[in-house]
Design a protein. Structure first.
Length: 659
């Protein structure tokens, strides 16, 4: 099978020479060249020229620092399966118009090509007769002739959701149809052409002379990419080619999943992948040795005060057989201050017994931090600041089952602050997984801690993903959610519907099993996220995936790593931003390096492309990660993520978004 990466250009000779293929007409190869004929009689029809059709030219040029009429950037995949491609579909959103409109054309398209022809449904910005606008249509471009062919044009608007397709009818030799789902005017059928074997997703430009003549966005993402050969979904390995790069244009392969893949076409470079992040190696208390993380949080000491980050660790210090204590490191704006919160009276803390932490709103406008840990006997304890001192409360274990026996705590899931309908006080909740396979909660009801069952997913739990709260309106109570990764590679969710807990499977991304949890995040009163909640997980393919609520349904997005990254372990999720709040996700790759990836605010929720290596020196070998939080250095400042990492030597590092 030929590799078409370096083939001659597929170029329309003249922008004015695109012949319209109207209703009841098809493109037919006859006497070695394509012609427009009547679909029933196959008689050639009189040509009608289509004004304002797109212009593309794909060449094998090196990356350019000058504007040129060309395929600017594209990703390609060649079918070498021996079975013809039967379908190729993509989804995308119409981007904003360019801020500088000067007669240019910008084309965004999937396509399939043979040795000399390209078939493509395209989204095109061009100076239409009714004024510059986004239009959609389908095109067949042949390098062997002086003319191209196109369907009628349909106007679309920024934010419109589009599904483009190319289908091949195996029962008819060389028969293809392409267009946009639900828009009949864009349908273009062709017959008796050479087999199309090279799939592409591309960005083309014509008469673009300045960077602001591209759409006024950072990128457009083609997502939910699906390719079939016969009735099978082949394994894809897209190759990106960037021919014009003077504005930072590029094609970026976000996911090779099939179905469910994603490719971004960037008009400008993503924000600087290192600028604005700080890094410090934290100095631990003298003689203190970490034994395990508990969690991280941010809390205000009083109303109107900054919310500073704190990290909670279990560790030992001092004697030859020292007890395990709870240690708290808090940033006060100038330095990290460490406090030994001790251990419960008449109890020994488990060395790796961290269950979770949370900050709970207090009546005085400040926040009270709570840390939850296990003792050596398997019982849960809460440690919180009361009257200026760290105090311990015994939560015990979940109640025994009806048949007798005891329920032990297998692992922590997380902790939450949950408020009823205002002005009800906020109360701390602890969620754990019992050794009976049941999710349990222990909540403070104002007078005592009470255990109750959330439910059992009916399958083994591999790892907790996270807990979060959602409040539909400021007058309503907060509703907790619990997300779990099951051993079968699927996501399970519990939610509280104001009276009872309900649960259900969220499945997995199409064609991918889930391998590891990253975290979950929801909406809060002071930091409302766009839509949400969000649950982030890593697939068996090493890519990052997001399951999120878009206001109507739950859906999966493939976020995908940089091409050289393979994610293995999640660290957590935090909110970031000033006026609007977006999720920032933190992970470890297969080399032990820590990374952050932040959503850039693109409306299709797939533009999570701001990748940051958290240790600028690359010398920090991560052994564990206590977690992430978001803090404010001023009451009116934006949220800044802080991520805490422990290395193999026992040192602690912190990276934060400094600006």
């Amino acid at each position: 099978m030929a590799n078409h990466q370096a083939r001659r250009s597929i170029r329309r000779r003249d922008p004015s020479k695109t012949q319209l293929v109207g209703p009841g007409e098809i493109v037919l190869m006859r006497d070695g060249r394509p012609r427009v004929v009547d679909a029933t009689t196959l008689a050639e029809v009189d040509p009608v020229m289509l004004d304002g059709a797109p212009t593309w030219a794909r060449t094998a040029a090196e990356p350019s620092n000058a504007f040129t009429d060309a395929w600017v950037a594209y990703a390609g995949w060649t079918d070498t399966t021996g079975t013809p491609i039967t379908s190729f579909t993509v989804e995308l959103l119409v981007p904003p118009p360019p801020s500088n409109i000067a007669g240019q054309q910008v084309s965004l398209f999937p396509g399939i090509q043979n040795s000399d022809s390209l078939l493509a449904p395209a989204l095109v910005w061009y100076p239409a007769p009714k004024g510059p606008a986004w239009t959609i249509g389908s095109y067949y471009l042949s390098a062997g002739g002086s003319i191209s062919f196109g369907s009628g044009l349909t106007y679309v608007s920024p934010g419109d959701e589009l599904t483009a397709f190319i289908n091949h009818n195996l029962r008819s030799d060389g028969s293809y149809t392409c267009g946009f789902v639900g828009v009949n005017a864009t349908i273009l059928p062709i017959l008796t052409v050479e087999e199309l074997t090279w799939c592409t997703v591309g960005l083309g430009a014509y008469l673009v002379n300045q960077c602001d003549q591209y759409p006024a966005a950072q990128r457009t993402t083609f997502q939910n990419i699906s390719i079939q050969t016969g009735s099978s979904a082949p394994t894809l390995a897209w190759t990106a080619t960037n021919q014009v790069t003077n504005c930072g244009q590029s094609a970026q392969v976000l996911s090779n999943a099939n179905p469910g893949g994603a490719i971004a076409l960037n008009y400008a470079p993503p924000p600087d992948t290192r600028s604005g992040w700080g890094w410090t190696t934290m100095v631990l208390p003298a003689g203190m040795m970490q034994s395990g993380p508990v969690g991280v949080l941010s809390a205000q000491t009083a109303s109107g005060a900054p919310s500073w980050p704190s990290v909670f660790l279990l560790g030992t210090s001092g004697s030859s057989n020292p007890p395990v204590d709870l240690w708290v490191g808090t940033w006060d704006g100038d330095a990290w201050l460490w406090t030994n919160a001790g251990s419960p009276p008449a109890a020994v803390l488990a060395a790796e017994g961290g269950l979770g932490v949370v900050a709970v709103d207090a009546d005085d406008g400040g926040q009270v931090p709570y840390a939850f840990v296990l003792d050596d006997d398997g019982g849960a304890w809460a440690c919180s600041v009361q009257n200026g001192r760290w105090q311990w409360t015994n939560l015990g274990i979940p109640p025994p089952p009806p048949g007798g026996g005891a329920v032990g705590i297998a692992s922590g899931i997380g902790a939450l602050s949950v408020q009823g309908a205002p002005p009800a006080p906020a109360c701390p909740y602890l969620f754990v997984l019992g050794n009976d396979g049941v999710v349990w909660q222990s909540q403070w009801d104002g007078t005592a801690w009470q255990w109750s069952s959330v439910g059992s997913p009916g399958a083994a739990v591999r790892a907790p993903v996270g807990v979060l709260t959602v409040r539909n309106t400021p007058a309503e109570q907060q509703r907790p959610y619990v997300f779990l990764l099951l051993e079968d590679g699927t996501l399970w969710q519990y939610w509280f519907d104001d009276t009872l807990w309900a649960g259900g499977s969220m499945g997995a991304p199409p064609g991918v099993s889930l391998a590891a949890a990253v975290g979950a995040i929801g909406t809060t009163d002071d930091a409302p996220l766009a839509y949400g909640p969000y649950a982030f997980l890593i697939g068996t393919d090493g890519n990052l995936y997001c399951n999120w609520w878009n206001g109507t349904i739950w859906q999966w997005n493939a976020i995908g790593p940089l091409p050289e990254l393979d994610f293995r372990t999640g660290i957590g999720v935090a909110a970031w931003g000033i006026d609007s709040y977006l999720p920032a996700t933190f992970m470890l790759d297969d080399r032990g390096n820590a990374w952050s990836v932040r959503w850039d605010g693109s409306p299709d929720h797939s533009g999570i492309t701001v990748w940051v290596p958290l240790d600028p020196s690359g010398s920090f070998s991560v052994a564990s990660a206590p977690g992430v939080t978001a803090a404010r250095d001023q009451p009116t400042a934006g949220l800044r993520p802080y991520v805490f990492l422990s290395d193999t030597s026992g040192a602690m590092g912190c990276s934060w978004l400094a600006q």
